[in-house]
Design a protein around this ligand. Structure first.
Ligand code: ADP
Length: 425
Protein backbone atom coordinates (compact mmCIF):
# COMPACT_ATOMS: atom_id res chain seq x y z
CA UNK A 1 0.00 0.00 0.00
CA UNK A 2 2.90 2.35 0.77
CA UNK A 3 4.14 1.65 -2.76
CA UNK A 4 0.72 2.53 -4.20
CA UNK A 5 0.64 5.72 -2.13
CA UNK A 6 4.13 6.64 -3.40
CA UNK A 7 3.03 6.10 -7.05
CA UNK A 8 0.00 8.28 -6.43
CA UNK A 9 2.18 10.93 -4.73
CA UNK A 10 4.63 10.97 -7.67
CA UNK A 11 1.82 11.29 -10.20
CA UNK A 12 0.18 14.13 -8.26
CA UNK A 13 3.53 15.92 -7.86
CA UNK A 14 3.96 15.93 -11.65
CA UNK A 15 0.56 17.61 -12.25
CA UNK A 16 0.61 21.19 -13.50
CA UNK A 17 -2.72 21.98 -11.94
CA UNK A 18 -3.86 20.21 -8.79
CA UNK A 19 -7.61 19.89 -8.41
CA UNK A 20 -10.20 17.20 -8.02
CA UNK A 21 -10.37 16.38 -11.74
CA UNK A 22 -6.62 16.21 -12.37
CA UNK A 23 -6.02 14.13 -9.24
CA UNK A 24 -8.87 11.78 -10.18
CA UNK A 25 -7.40 11.09 -13.59
CA UNK A 26 -3.93 10.58 -12.07
CA UNK A 27 -4.96 8.01 -9.44
CA UNK A 28 -8.22 6.46 -10.67
CA UNK A 29 -6.65 3.36 -12.23
CA UNK A 30 -4.34 2.58 -9.31
CA UNK A 31 -6.58 0.20 -7.35
CA UNK A 32 -9.95 -1.44 -7.07
CA UNK A 33 -12.32 1.39 -6.09
CA UNK A 34 -14.63 -1.13 -4.32
CA UNK A 35 -11.87 -2.02 -1.85
CA UNK A 36 -9.63 1.00 -1.67
CA UNK A 37 -10.46 4.57 -0.76
CA UNK A 38 -7.97 7.21 -1.80
CA UNK A 39 -7.95 10.62 -0.16
CA UNK A 40 -5.63 13.42 -1.16
CA UNK A 41 -5.21 16.48 1.08
CA UNK A 42 -3.40 19.80 0.79
CA UNK A 43 -0.69 20.72 3.38
CA UNK A 44 -3.44 21.98 5.74
CA UNK A 45 -5.23 18.56 5.76
CA UNK A 46 -8.08 19.90 3.66
CA UNK A 47 -9.38 17.19 1.36
CA UNK A 48 -8.78 17.88 -2.33
CA UNK A 49 -9.93 14.52 -3.58
CA UNK A 50 -11.90 11.56 -2.16
CA UNK A 51 -12.36 8.46 -4.33
CA UNK A 52 -15.63 7.62 -2.60
CA UNK A 53 -18.32 9.45 -4.49
CA UNK A 54 -21.25 8.45 -2.21
CA UNK A 55 -19.88 9.54 1.11
CA UNK A 56 -17.38 12.08 -0.10
CA UNK A 57 -15.41 14.21 2.37
CA UNK A 58 -14.33 16.71 -0.28
CA UNK A 59 -13.49 20.14 1.11
CA UNK A 60 -13.39 18.98 4.71
CA UNK A 61 -10.39 19.00 6.98
CA UNK A 62 -9.16 15.54 7.98
CA UNK A 63 -7.00 15.61 11.10
CA UNK A 64 -6.16 11.90 11.26
CA UNK A 65 -2.85 11.27 13.07
CA UNK A 66 -1.52 9.30 10.09
CA UNK A 67 -2.23 12.28 7.78
CA UNK A 68 -0.57 14.69 10.20
CA UNK A 69 2.48 12.39 10.46
CA UNK A 70 2.75 12.01 6.72
CA UNK A 71 2.54 15.80 6.23
CA UNK A 72 5.61 15.93 8.50
CA UNK A 73 7.42 13.90 5.78
CA UNK A 74 6.84 10.30 7.00
CA UNK A 75 5.45 7.22 5.34
CA UNK A 76 2.79 5.72 7.64
CA UNK A 77 1.22 2.28 7.55
CA UNK A 78 -0.82 0.21 10.01
CA UNK A 79 -3.59 -2.29 9.91
CA UNK A 80 -6.45 -3.29 12.14
CA UNK A 81 -8.76 -6.24 12.23
CA UNK A 82 -12.36 -6.14 13.33
CA UNK A 83 -15.57 -7.99 12.52
CA UNK A 84 -13.96 -10.30 9.98
CA UNK A 85 -12.43 -7.46 7.96
CA UNK A 86 -8.79 -6.45 7.74
CA UNK A 87 -8.49 -2.67 7.44
CA UNK A 88 -5.15 -1.26 6.18
CA UNK A 89 -4.20 2.43 6.40
CA UNK A 90 -1.29 4.07 4.55
CA UNK A 91 -0.25 7.68 4.09
CA UNK A 92 2.67 9.28 2.26
CA UNK A 93 3.55 12.92 1.67
CA UNK A 94 3.27 14.55 -1.77
CA UNK A 95 6.42 16.64 -2.36
CA UNK A 96 7.26 19.00 -5.13
CA UNK A 97 10.60 20.76 -5.27
CA UNK A 98 11.27 19.56 -1.69
CA UNK A 99 8.10 21.16 -0.36
CA UNK A 100 5.17 19.18 1.14
CA UNK A 101 2.23 20.08 -1.01
CA UNK A 102 -0.12 17.51 0.46
CA UNK A 103 -0.60 13.90 1.37
CA UNK A 104 -2.08 10.71 -0.12
CA UNK A 105 -4.08 8.67 2.37
CA UNK A 106 -5.38 5.21 1.44
CA UNK A 107 -7.60 2.79 3.34
CA UNK A 108 -8.28 -0.74 2.13
CA UNK A 109 -10.95 -3.20 3.30
CA UNK A 110 -9.75 -6.77 2.76
CA UNK A 111 -12.52 -9.23 3.63
CA UNK A 112 -10.59 -12.22 2.22
CA UNK A 113 -7.58 -11.71 4.52
CA UNK A 114 -10.03 -10.87 7.30
CA UNK A 115 -11.75 -14.21 6.81
CA UNK A 116 -8.37 -15.95 6.91
CA UNK A 117 -7.48 -14.21 10.17
CA UNK A 118 -10.91 -15.04 11.54
CA UNK A 119 -10.58 -18.73 10.72
CA UNK A 120 -7.02 -18.73 12.14
CA UNK A 121 -8.33 -17.12 15.31
CA UNK A 122 -11.08 -19.72 15.53
CA UNK A 123 -8.63 -22.59 15.01
CA UNK A 124 -6.21 -21.24 17.60
CA UNK A 125 -9.08 -20.91 20.07
CA UNK A 126 -10.25 -24.47 19.37
CA UNK A 127 -6.72 -25.84 19.70
CA UNK A 128 -6.19 -23.90 22.96
CA UNK A 129 -9.46 -25.18 24.43
CA UNK A 130 -8.68 -28.77 23.37
CA UNK A 131 -5.14 -28.47 24.74
CA UNK A 132 -6.48 -27.01 27.98
CA UNK A 133 -8.84 -29.96 28.36
CA UNK A 134 -6.12 -32.48 27.57
CA UNK A 135 -3.77 -30.83 30.10
CA UNK A 136 -6.49 -30.81 32.78
CA UNK A 137 -7.38 -34.48 32.15
CA UNK A 138 -3.71 -35.53 32.17
CA UNK A 139 -2.98 -33.52 35.33
CA UNK A 140 -5.97 -35.05 37.09
CA UNK A 141 -4.99 -38.58 36.03
CA UNK A 142 -1.31 -38.01 36.92
CA UNK A 143 -2.04 -36.43 40.28
CA UNK A 144 -4.49 -39.18 41.21
CA UNK A 145 -1.85 -41.84 40.38
CA UNK A 146 0.84 -39.92 42.33
CA UNK A 147 -1.52 -39.38 45.27
CA UNK A 148 -2.25 -43.12 45.35
CA UNK A 149 1.50 -43.88 45.34
CA UNK A 150 2.20 -41.28 48.05
CA UNK A 151 -0.59 -42.80 50.14
CA UNK A 152 1.04 -46.19 49.71
CA UNK A 153 4.34 -44.76 51.00
CA UNK A 154 2.57 -43.14 53.97
CA UNK A 155 0.85 -46.44 54.81
CA UNK A 156 4.19 -48.26 54.68
CA UNK A 157 5.81 -45.66 56.95
CA UNK A 158 2.98 -46.14 59.46
CA UNK A 159 3.30 -49.94 59.31
CA UNK A 160 7.04 -49.74 59.97
CA UNK A 161 6.55 -47.09 62.66
CA UNK A 162 4.27 -49.57 64.44
CA UNK A 163 7.17 -52.04 64.55
CA UNK A 164 6.75 -54.33 61.53
CA UNK A 165 10.27 -54.36 60.08
CA UNK A 166 9.44 -57.22 57.71
CA UNK A 167 7.22 -54.90 55.65
CA UNK A 168 8.31 -54.19 52.05
CA UNK A 169 7.14 -51.24 49.97
CA UNK A 170 6.40 -52.17 46.35
CA UNK A 171 5.90 -49.24 43.97
CA UNK A 172 5.60 -49.58 40.22
CA UNK A 173 7.33 -47.19 37.82
CA UNK A 174 10.82 -45.80 37.38
CA UNK A 175 10.72 -42.31 38.84
CA UNK A 176 11.95 -40.50 41.96
CA UNK A 177 9.20 -42.05 44.10
CA UNK A 178 10.48 -45.43 43.01
CA UNK A 179 14.01 -44.50 44.10
CA UNK A 180 12.55 -43.30 47.38
CA UNK A 181 10.78 -46.64 47.89
CA UNK A 182 14.05 -48.53 47.23
CA UNK A 183 15.85 -46.34 49.76
CA UNK A 184 12.99 -46.90 52.19
CA UNK A 185 13.25 -50.69 51.78
CA UNK A 186 17.04 -50.54 52.32
CA UNK A 187 16.53 -48.50 55.45
CA UNK A 188 13.97 -50.98 56.80
CA UNK A 189 16.30 -53.90 56.02
CA UNK A 190 19.02 -52.18 58.07
CA UNK A 191 16.58 -51.41 60.85
CA UNK A 192 15.54 -55.07 60.87
CA UNK A 193 19.17 -56.19 61.17
CA UNK A 194 19.99 -53.75 63.96
CA UNK A 195 16.73 -54.58 65.74
CA UNK A 196 17.47 -58.32 65.67
CA UNK A 197 21.06 -57.62 66.80
CA UNK A 198 19.72 -55.51 69.65
CA UNK A 199 17.23 -58.21 70.67
CA UNK A 200 19.91 -60.88 70.60
CA UNK A 201 22.27 -58.68 72.56
CA UNK A 202 19.67 -57.91 75.23
CA UNK A 203 18.69 -61.56 75.62
CA UNK A 204 22.36 -62.70 75.69
CA UNK A 205 23.26 -59.97 78.18
CA UNK A 206 20.37 -60.76 80.51
CA UNK A 207 21.18 -64.47 80.30
CA UNK A 208 24.83 -63.77 81.17
CA UNK A 209 23.91 -61.47 84.03
CA UNK A 210 21.43 -64.01 85.40
CA UNK A 211 24.10 -66.64 86.14
CA UNK A 212 26.18 -64.67 88.67
CA UNK A 213 23.02 -63.18 90.17
CA UNK A 214 21.59 -66.72 90.66
CA UNK A 215 24.88 -67.77 92.34
CA UNK A 216 24.78 -64.75 94.66
CA UNK A 217 21.19 -65.56 95.59
CA UNK A 218 21.97 -69.23 96.16
CA UNK A 219 24.98 -68.41 98.33
CA UNK A 220 23.13 -65.82 100.41
CA UNK A 221 20.12 -68.16 100.87
CA UNK A 222 22.47 -70.88 102.07
CA UNK A 223 24.01 -68.51 104.61
CA UNK A 224 20.59 -67.47 105.85
CA UNK A 225 18.98 -70.90 105.97
CA UNK A 226 21.81 -73.08 107.28
CA UNK A 227 23.61 -73.05 110.53
CA UNK A 228 27.17 -72.45 109.40
CA UNK A 229 30.42 -71.94 111.20
CA UNK A 230 32.09 -68.62 110.66
CA UNK A 231 34.79 -70.15 108.43
CA UNK A 232 32.17 -71.46 105.92
CA UNK A 233 30.25 -68.15 106.05
CA UNK A 234 33.51 -66.32 105.24
CA UNK A 235 34.09 -68.65 102.32
CA UNK A 236 30.52 -68.11 101.01
CA UNK A 237 30.75 -64.33 101.41
CA UNK A 238 34.07 -64.47 99.54
CA UNK A 239 32.30 -66.32 96.70
CA UNK A 240 29.53 -63.71 96.69
CA UNK A 241 32.22 -61.03 96.41
CA UNK A 242 33.83 -62.86 93.47
CA UNK A 243 30.49 -63.15 91.67
CA UNK A 244 29.79 -59.45 92.30
CA UNK A 245 33.24 -58.67 90.92
CA UNK A 246 32.42 -60.71 87.79
CA UNK A 247 29.14 -58.80 87.42
CA UNK A 248 31.08 -55.57 87.74
CA UNK A 249 33.57 -56.58 85.04
CA UNK A 250 30.78 -57.68 82.75
CA UNK A 251 28.84 -54.44 83.13
CA UNK A 252 32.04 -52.49 82.46
CA UNK A 253 32.54 -54.43 79.23
CA UNK A 254 28.90 -53.94 78.24
CA UNK A 255 29.32 -50.24 78.81
CA UNK A 256 32.51 -50.27 76.72
CA UNK A 257 30.61 -52.03 73.92
CA UNK A 258 27.74 -49.57 73.92
CA UNK A 259 30.24 -46.68 74.10
CA UNK A 260 31.98 -48.00 70.96
CA UNK A 261 28.66 -48.58 69.16
CA UNK A 262 27.35 -45.10 69.88
CA UNK A 263 30.60 -43.24 69.21
CA UNK A 264 30.76 -41.22 65.96
CA UNK A 265 32.78 -43.26 63.46
CA UNK A 266 35.31 -40.47 62.89
CA UNK A 267 36.44 -39.95 66.49
CA UNK A 268 40.19 -40.51 66.57
CA UNK A 269 43.48 -38.90 67.59
CA UNK A 270 47.13 -39.39 66.66
CA UNK A 271 48.37 -41.95 69.17
CA UNK A 272 51.82 -43.37 69.87
CA UNK A 273 51.67 -47.15 70.21
CA UNK A 274 54.59 -47.82 72.59
CA UNK A 275 53.40 -45.72 75.59
CA UNK A 276 50.00 -47.44 75.41
CA UNK A 277 51.53 -50.92 75.37
CA UNK A 278 53.76 -49.94 78.32
CA UNK A 279 50.75 -48.68 80.24
CA UNK A 280 48.89 -51.99 79.72
CA UNK A 281 51.95 -53.99 80.76
CA UNK A 282 52.34 -51.91 83.95
CA UNK A 283 48.66 -52.45 84.69
CA UNK A 284 48.63 -56.21 84.16
CA UNK A 285 52.07 -57.15 85.54
CA UNK A 286 50.68 -57.84 89.07
CA UNK A 287 48.10 -60.30 87.61
CA UNK A 288 50.79 -61.90 85.44
CA UNK A 289 53.10 -62.21 88.46
CA UNK A 290 50.31 -63.86 90.45
CA UNK A 291 50.10 -66.56 87.77
CA UNK A 292 53.89 -66.66 87.40
CA UNK A 293 53.69 -65.52 83.77
CA UNK A 294 56.53 -63.50 82.33
CA UNK A 295 55.79 -60.62 79.96
CA UNK A 296 58.33 -59.65 77.30
CA UNK A 297 57.95 -56.56 75.09
CA UNK A 298 59.96 -56.15 71.88
CA UNK A 299 59.95 -53.00 69.77
CA UNK A 300 62.53 -50.96 67.90
CA UNK A 301 60.38 -47.97 66.93
CA UNK A 302 57.28 -46.12 68.11
CA UNK A 303 54.84 -45.65 65.20
CA UNK A 304 51.87 -43.28 65.40
CA UNK A 305 48.39 -44.38 64.35
CA UNK A 306 45.01 -42.65 64.07
CA UNK A 307 42.93 -43.99 66.97
CA UNK A 308 41.60 -42.80 70.34
CA UNK A 309 44.26 -43.66 72.94
CA UNK A 310 41.54 -45.21 75.14
CA UNK A 311 40.52 -47.51 72.29
CA UNK A 312 44.08 -48.68 71.61
CA UNK A 313 44.52 -49.25 75.36
CA UNK A 314 41.31 -51.34 75.40
CA UNK A 315 42.51 -53.46 72.45
CA UNK A 316 45.95 -54.18 73.91
CA UNK A 317 44.54 -54.65 77.42
CA UNK A 318 41.94 -57.24 76.35
CA UNK A 319 44.47 -59.20 74.29
CA UNK A 320 47.20 -59.17 76.97
CA UNK A 321 44.61 -60.03 79.64
CA UNK A 322 43.51 -63.05 77.56
CA UNK A 323 47.16 -64.03 77.08
CA UNK A 324 47.49 -64.12 80.87
CA UNK A 325 44.05 -65.64 81.65
CA UNK A 326 44.32 -68.52 79.20
CA UNK A 327 48.03 -69.18 79.83
CA UNK A 328 49.52 -71.95 81.91
CA UNK A 329 51.37 -71.38 85.15
CA UNK A 330 54.99 -70.35 84.45
CA UNK A 331 53.92 -69.51 80.90
CA UNK A 332 55.24 -66.73 78.71
CA UNK A 333 53.64 -63.76 77.01
CA UNK A 334 55.39 -61.83 74.25
CA UNK A 335 54.32 -58.45 72.84
CA UNK A 336 56.04 -57.69 69.55
CA UNK A 337 55.60 -54.35 67.79
CA UNK A 338 56.79 -54.13 64.18
CA UNK A 339 56.25 -51.87 61.18
CA UNK A 340 55.58 -53.29 57.70
CA UNK A 341 53.93 -51.89 54.54
CA UNK A 342 53.09 -48.68 56.38
CA UNK A 343 51.22 -50.62 59.07
CA UNK A 344 51.93 -50.86 62.78
CA UNK A 345 51.59 -54.54 63.76
CA UNK A 346 51.13 -55.60 67.37
CA UNK A 347 51.60 -59.37 67.88
CA UNK A 348 50.64 -60.84 71.25
CA UNK A 349 51.73 -64.49 71.68
CA UNK A 350 51.17 -66.71 74.67
CA UNK A 351 52.20 -70.23 75.57
CA UNK A 352 48.77 -71.14 76.88
CA UNK A 353 45.98 -73.62 76.26
CA UNK A 354 45.24 -72.48 72.69
CA UNK A 355 41.90 -72.33 70.89
CA UNK A 356 40.43 -75.33 69.03
CA UNK A 357 40.19 -74.82 65.24
CA UNK A 358 36.38 -75.08 65.19
CA UNK A 359 36.07 -72.34 67.84
CA UNK A 360 38.30 -69.83 66.02
CA UNK A 361 35.49 -68.52 63.83
CA UNK A 362 33.29 -67.83 66.88
CA UNK A 363 35.64 -66.16 69.33
CA UNK A 364 34.76 -62.64 68.14
CA UNK A 365 31.03 -63.18 68.75
CA UNK A 366 29.51 -61.46 71.75
CA UNK A 367 29.34 -63.73 74.86
CA UNK A 368 31.10 -66.60 73.10
CA UNK A 369 33.46 -68.57 75.35
CA UNK A 370 35.31 -71.69 74.27
CA UNK A 371 35.16 -73.37 77.64
CA UNK A 372 32.31 -71.85 79.63
CA UNK A 373 33.35 -73.50 82.91
CA UNK A 374 36.96 -72.38 82.66
CA UNK A 375 36.04 -68.90 81.47
CA UNK A 376 33.73 -68.51 84.43
CA UNK A 377 36.52 -69.42 86.78
CA UNK A 378 38.78 -66.83 85.10
CA UNK A 379 36.00 -64.24 85.13
CA UNK A 380 35.60 -64.19 81.35
CA UNK A 381 32.50 -62.58 79.90
CA UNK A 382 32.94 -63.52 76.26
CA UNK A 383 32.94 -59.81 75.35
CA UNK A 384 36.66 -58.97 75.25
CA UNK A 385 37.44 -60.04 71.69
CA UNK A 386 34.15 -58.68 70.38
CA UNK A 387 35.17 -55.25 71.76
CA UNK A 388 38.63 -55.66 70.22
CA UNK A 389 37.22 -56.50 66.79
CA UNK A 390 34.79 -53.56 66.89
CA UNK A 391 37.53 -51.08 67.73
CA UNK A 392 39.93 -52.54 65.14
CA UNK A 393 37.28 -52.43 62.41
CA UNK A 394 36.21 -48.86 63.05
CA UNK A 395 39.85 -47.70 62.94
CA UNK A 396 40.61 -49.35 59.56
CA UNK A 397 42.69 -52.06 61.20
CA UNK A 398 42.90 -55.83 60.78
CA UNK A 399 42.98 -58.68 63.23
CA UNK A 400 44.24 -62.26 62.85
CA UNK A 401 44.37 -65.18 65.27
CA UNK A 402 46.58 -68.26 65.01
CA UNK A 403 46.36 -70.90 67.66
CA UNK A 404 47.54 -74.42 68.46
CA UNK A 405 45.79 -76.27 71.25
CA UNK A 406 48.04 -76.79 74.30
CA UNK A 407 50.81 -74.81 72.62
CA UNK A 408 49.69 -71.22 72.45
CA UNK A 409 47.88 -68.41 70.67
CA UNK A 410 49.09 -65.44 68.65
CA UNK A 411 46.79 -62.52 67.98
CA UNK A 412 48.00 -59.87 65.50
CA UNK A 413 46.35 -56.50 65.10
CA UNK A 414 47.54 -53.99 62.54
CA UNK A 415 46.63 -50.34 61.98
CA UNK A 416 47.69 -48.02 59.17
CA UNK A 417 50.49 -45.71 60.30
CA UNK A 418 49.44 -42.09 60.45
CA UNK A 419 51.98 -39.31 60.45
CA UNK A 420 51.35 -35.60 61.01
CA UNK A 421 50.67 -34.16 57.57
CA UNK A 422 48.78 -37.24 56.30
CA UNK A 423 45.21 -36.66 55.12
CA UNK A 424 42.47 -37.87 57.46
CA UNK A 425 40.12 -40.13 55.42
P1 ADP B 1 36.47 -63.58 77.71
O1 ADP B 1 36.04 -62.36 78.40
O2 ADP B 1 35.67 -64.78 78.03
O3 ADP B 1 37.92 -63.78 77.74
P2 ADP B 1 36.89 -62.97 74.93
O4 ADP B 1 35.94 -62.42 73.95
O5 ADP B 1 38.09 -62.17 75.26
O6 ADP B 1 36.06 -63.31 76.19
O7 ADP B 1 37.37 -64.37 74.36
C1 ADP B 1 36.43 -65.31 73.87
C2 ADP B 1 36.90 -66.69 74.13
O8 ADP B 1 38.03 -66.96 73.30
C3 ADP B 1 37.38 -66.90 75.54
O9 ADP B 1 36.31 -67.32 76.35
C4 ADP B 1 38.42 -67.97 75.39
O10 ADP B 1 37.81 -69.25 75.44
C5 ADP B 1 38.97 -67.76 74.00
N1 ADP B 1 40.30 -67.08 74.02
C6 ADP B 1 40.51 -65.77 73.82
N2 ADP B 1 41.83 -65.49 73.89
C7 ADP B 1 42.47 -66.64 74.13
C8 ADP B 1 43.84 -67.02 74.31
N3 ADP B 1 44.82 -66.12 74.24
N4 ADP B 1 44.12 -68.33 74.54
C9 ADP B 1 43.13 -69.23 74.58
N5 ADP B 1 41.82 -68.95 74.44
C10 ADP B 1 41.46 -67.67 74.21
Amino acid sequence: MIELCNIASDRIAELDVINKTTISSAVSNLSNPQQTRIIVTDPNTRILYDSWEDDTLDGKYLLYPEIVKSLEGNNVFYWTYSDGVMLSHAATPVSSYETQIGCVYMTEHDAEQGALIYSLQKNILMISITLGFVVIIFSLAFSSVQTRRLRKIMTSIRIVRDGDYTHKLNLSGHDELNLLSNEFNDLIARLQISESKRNRFVSDASHELKTPLASIKLLSDSILQNDMDSETIKEFVGDIGAEAERLNRMSEKLLALSRIDSMPSNSAEITNVVPTIDRVVRMLTPTANKNRISIETIYSQDPTILILEDDLYQVVFNLVENGIKYNTADGKLKILLTVADNNAIIKISDTGMGIPQEALEHIFERFYRVDKARSRSTGGSGLGLSIVRNIVKRNNGEIQVESIVNSGTTVSVSFPIFEIGDDIK
